[in-house]
Design a protein around this ligand. Structure first.
Ligand SMILES: [Zn+2]
Ligand SMILES: [Zn+2]
Ligand SMILES: [Zn+2]
Length: 356
């Protein structure tokens, strides 16, 4: 049994209560959503043959032949570029004009296909589509300070359309959690001249810590940090964070230091596609059709962030939703994780994947 508060090594102001005792399970379990596996749904606006039900595509992949991925404007954007209202400040209340872009990436022509079921080369094309569109948006307007790519899968995770899709939001501010990651990793870099994410990867690959009692010298606890590795490829690693907010949260990082997802090469993304698919397949075996979000955290492009390039390390965070946050979590800001991350990692690692 574990009952301890684990500090997020990157953002120390965020901590997680890891409490595996039965009594610490007041949480309501989130049931997996029924999965609609149909390849084609006649009424679906994202399915083949219904292209006229969406706005004209912003981009189509591949450029020749039948489309496999389409990027279209979101019909119900949370941010838009059609207003020119200035920012305003009134006393302590401030608002920044909701300038931005909100786009939908139709991940695949097949309606109900899931990430781990997509061929490797398709996933590489999807990651390439993310990269190309992010780059275009950063260059389209100086007011866009951050471009966020994310996916919601399943109704509780926020997906409103059953057809597999991701989203891109280009926004006039850098989100608070990205700012916190950049700020804290930069502080770490200023002290140690090292990237904290590279350090965490090195620890995961090599480190075994033994804690001894200071007085008696007796062995108190052995931490095998390597037990947090889920998958490793030529260029990427999938890790279960030591201080995971969610029971089945997994992070994917490039093995070689890189601050900006946009600097990924075609070879990087082809390698990432395979590791990403294997990671999603492992989660699927253990959690079935569970709802999840994933998102990319990459160094913001503003000049004020350029100095943080040696400190920040881009990554993908995958957050399966197996329970609903409790009042305790929302009120305290402390996440409660009822499965020890090392146990979750072991279970994910022990999944036998059927090669496809
Ligand atoms: Zn569809
Ligand atoms: Zn790094
Ligand atoms: Zn992050």
């Amino acid at each position: 049994m574990i009952r301890e508060i684990r500090i997020n090594p990157v953002v120390p102001t965020e901590s997680v209560l890891v409490a595996t005792a039965r009594s610490m399970r007041p949480k309501k379990e989130e049931p997996p959503a029924p999965h609609d596996a149909r390849p084609h749904v006649p009424a679906c606006p994202f399915c083949k043959g219904n292209e006229d039900k969406t706005p004209a595509p912003i981009a189509v992949f591949p450029q020749e032949g039948a489309w496999q991925i389409r990027i279209v404007e979101n019909m119900y954007p949370v941010l838009g570029d059609d207003t020119e209202d200035p920012n305003f400040a009134f006393g302590l209340q401030q608002a920044i004009n909701g300038y931005g872009r909100h786009e939908v990436i139709i991940d695949n022509a097949s309606h109900g296909i899931r990430i781990h079921e997509m061929p490797d080369d398709h996933l590489a094309l999807l990651l390439t589509a993310y990269r190309i569109r992010m780059e275009q948006l950063y260059h389209s307007n100086d007011r866009l300070k951050y471009v966020l790519v994310f996916k919601n899968f399943g109704p509780a995770a926020g997906a409103s359309i059953g057809h597999t899709h991701s989203q891109i939001i280009a926004m006039p501010v850098v989100p608070r959690n990205v700012q916190a990651e950049v700020r804290h990793s930069t502080l770490f870099y200023e002290k140690s001249r090292q990237c904290i994410f590279c350090n965490l990867i090195d620890e995961a690959l090599t480190f075994e810590a033994t804690l001894y009692d200071r007085e008696s010298g007796a062995l108190r606890r052995k931490i095998n940090v390597g037990q947090f590795v889920i998958e490793k490829s030529r260029k990427f690693i999938a890790i279960k964070p030591f201080a995971s907010r969610y029971e089945w949260e997994v992070h994917i990082l490039p093995l070689t230091h890189s601050a900006d997802f946009l600097s990924s090469t075609a070879d990087d993304l082809a390698d990432l596609a395979v590791l990403f698919k294997r990671t999603m397949a492992r989660l699927n075996v253990l959690l079935g059709g569970v709802q999840y979000n994933f998102f990319i955290h990459s160094l913001p492009h503003g000049t004020e962030y350029a100095g943080s390039a040696p400190a920040f390390h881009w990554h993908i965070e995958i957050c399966p939703r197996t329970s609903i946050p409790t009042g305790f979590e929302m009120g305290s800001g402390l996440s409660v994780n009822t499965i020890a991350p090392e146990d979750a990692a072991a279970r994910l690692r022990n999944v036998t994947l059927i090669e496809s």
